[in-house]
Design a binder for this molecule. Structure first.
Ligand SMILES: [Fe+2]
Length: 610
């Protein structure tokens, strides 16, 4: 019954095991009865549609194939930190036939070492056998380089196998050792899809050009699950809508020419535009597109991720007329049903329970006592970074396991008792699901924070997808506070980063219960890190995606909010200057500065803890 635990276990086995590992296991007690491939085109729901639709967006693969008609290819390369090492993750449409291999060394012209790794895969729909080879990933390879020197540049080349072309000689730099006081910069973002994220993408490349160490993406990655925006009917209150006769875009103003093209014959008015809507018609292709778009970033610096709600399943909820319920549950296209009844079984097995997310990235959970891509930590210079799963694995989490769907006396919920985004737990729950202290994640966080050597890493920065506080008040915020705020205050976390709400919001330093810590405010742009008493909260949900911006009436902005930007997309740049000063800069998509904050740590930590 604990399908999700099985799934996580299967993944770990896959990572450690033989080159051709099995797909992850999700709960299949009840069969999926929807279409084989949701959805290529509403008129012709096959992977390629009826051929009359809008052009599908494509991005180049990480490696340009050496032949015109390749049979296999390296489409995505994505780096991540390991303790004293690096994980080189890459993706191909088909298997390699051998263990994945990387040649590497400290000189570009002398790759004198070779490392091999493992491969994992899952039964994605559509499979890559139905998709253009250079635009599809179904086999996921992990090659680990261990015992590397800190703060050192290495060169690597992924080797060719089974039809792929070897990569160029690429490079990465390892994390600086804990305690290294050299200043560094990190790009922090969350909620980044494809649509609306062009400015953020440009700034990301600019920040890397300025030598940013790594990128930290706080969940909601690619918005693959918004594929259904491409088929749901237009709504008056939806800012990105193309209905064949009129179009509106977020923020108004000028409508690009391609949006003025009438709908092709036979096409049904739907969400999205000729470009935006088209990126949203196939769940897996959205992942492929987004990851290939980010190759310029992920193949040169570690791209650290954590889970958001959009990674959970193929859809979060239904739209007007419950068109998705009819399609996914009953394979009835372009019709309505009276009631929304999306369940855990409404998505194909490969599109449930964070399956794609577990395969398409490789975070150091296993190496840091955490779990997979869900919770982990790492050091860089003067900072201990902590990634928390804000979606599952704590009491009242926004996505919850089957155990919480059970009615009295049941051992397994009926489909109707489940919810489409049911997920996890990915760690053990030793006791009551309503007791935070029963969760492996809670215990890990307590142990991880307790083990921080503040002499080496005086700064501790945590991130999860979900904010603890915001002017946009929601019930999950209380739940995540109850789970983690006490530990974070107890162990002196300096800053808590999040996303989820699609705007930039900086809060005043907050103690328990959202009390503004006025003693920690020097001025509007300068806070004191009042370690153990208050935390600086930043919401970075403004990277841009097809769902556009969150908005709130000016009159509803709470006094806990110091700065709120509801208009601009962009990212946050964290610069660690030394043990006493770090700065945050909200860089808008056009490169202008949206906000700045300096965080000052007054006294040095004397003991091991703060
Ligand atoms: Fe979210």
């Amino acid at each position: 019954m604990k399908s999700s635990v099985t799934s996580a276990t299967a993944l770990l086995l896959a990572l450690a095991g033989s080159p051709a590992a099995a797909a992850p296991v999700v709960d299949t007690a009840y069969p999926y009865t929807g279409p084989d491939v949701p959805v290529g085109d509403w008129v012709d729901p096959t992977v390629n549609g009826n051929g009359k639709g809008f052009p599908r967006l494509v991005e180049p693969p990480a490696v340009r194939p050496a032949t015109a008609n390749p049979t296999n290819n390296i489409n995505v390369i994505s780096l991540s930190y390991l303790p004293k090492g690096i994980n080189i993750h890459f993706q191909t449409p088909f298997g390699l036939g051998v263990a994945p291999s990387v040649r590497w060394g400290t000189r570009k012209d002398k790759l004198d070492k070779e490392a091999t790794g493992t491969t994992h895969t899952y039964d994605r729909t559509p499979p890559c056998s139905q998709v253009v080879v250079t635009q599809c990933s179904q086999f996921f390879h992990e090659v680990q380089l261990h015992d590397l020197k800190p703060g050192t540049t290495y060169y690597y080349q992924i080797q060719a196998a089974n039809g792929t072309t070897a990569s160029d000689v690429l490079s990465f730099s390892t994390a600086r050792a804990a305690g290294d006081d050299t200043p560094f910069t990190v790009a922090v973002l969350a909620d980044m899809g494809y649509t609306n994220a062009g400015g953020t993408y440009k700034q990301l490349l600019d920040v890397l050009h300025q030598d940013a160490a790594f990128v930290w993406h706080g969940g909601d990655i690619s918005y693959a699950d918004d594929w259904y925006s491409g088929i749901l009917p237009c709504e008056d209150d939806w800012p990105v809508c193309y209905n064949g006769s009129s179009t509106s875009l977020p923020g108004g103003g000028p409508i690009p020419d391609e949006y003025k093209v009438p709908l092709p014959a036979g096409e049904i008015a739907n969400q999205g535009g000729p470009q935006g809507g088209d990126m949203s018609v196939l769940y897996e292709s959205n992942w492929d597109l987004w990851q290939q778009w980010l190759n310029n970033v992920t193949k040169q610096v570690p791209y650290m991720v954590l889970p958001g709600n959009h990674e959970a399943a193929c859809a979060e909820f239904d739209g007007p007329g419950n068109i998705l319920t009819a399609y996914l549950n009953d394979n009835e296209k372009n019709t309505t049903v009276p009631k929304s009844n999306l369940t855990y079984y409404s998505c194909p097995p490969s599109q449930r329970n964070y399956t794609a997310f577990q395969h398409r990235f490789r975070m150091p959970g296993a190496e840091t006592g955490g779990v997979g891509n869900f919770w982990y930590s790492f050091d860089y210079g003067l900072v201990h970074f902590v990634a928390i799963d804000g979606e599952t694995d704590y009491a009242g989490s926004p996505e919850w396991p089957f155990a919480q769907d059970l009615k009295k006396g049941e051992t397994h919920p009926t489909p109707e008792e489940t919810f489409v985004t049911d997920s996890g737990p990915f760690g053990a729950v030793d006791g009551d699901y309503n007791d935070n202290k029963a969760y492996q994640q809670y215990k890990w966080l307590a142990a991880d924070l307790a083990s921080v050597d503040r002499k080496k890493t005086p700064w501790v920065i945590a991130m999860s997808h979900r904010p603890m506080y915001s002017s946009e008040v929601s019930s999950y915020q209380q739940k995540i506070r109850t789970a983690f705020e006490g530990l974070m205050l107890q162990y002196g976390v300096d800053a808590y980063l999040s996303g989820h709400i699609h705007w930039y919001e900086r809060l005043w330093p907050l103690g328990a219960n959202g009390t503004i810590d006025r003693a920690a405010i020097v001025d509007k742009h300068t806070y004191i890190a009042n370690t153990g008493k208050s935390i600086t909260h930043l919401i970075n949900g403004m990277a841009g995606n097809i769902e556009s911006h969150s908005t709130l009436d000016q009159s509803k902005i709470l006094n806990i909010t110091a700065v709120l930007d509801q208009e601009h997309y962009g990212l946050n740049k964290l610069t660690v200057h030394n043990a006493s000063v770090l700065t945050w800069t909200f860089v808008r998509g056009d490169g202008s500065v949206g906000d700045e904050l300096t965080l000052i740590k007054k006294k040095k930590c004397k003991g091991k803890q703060h």
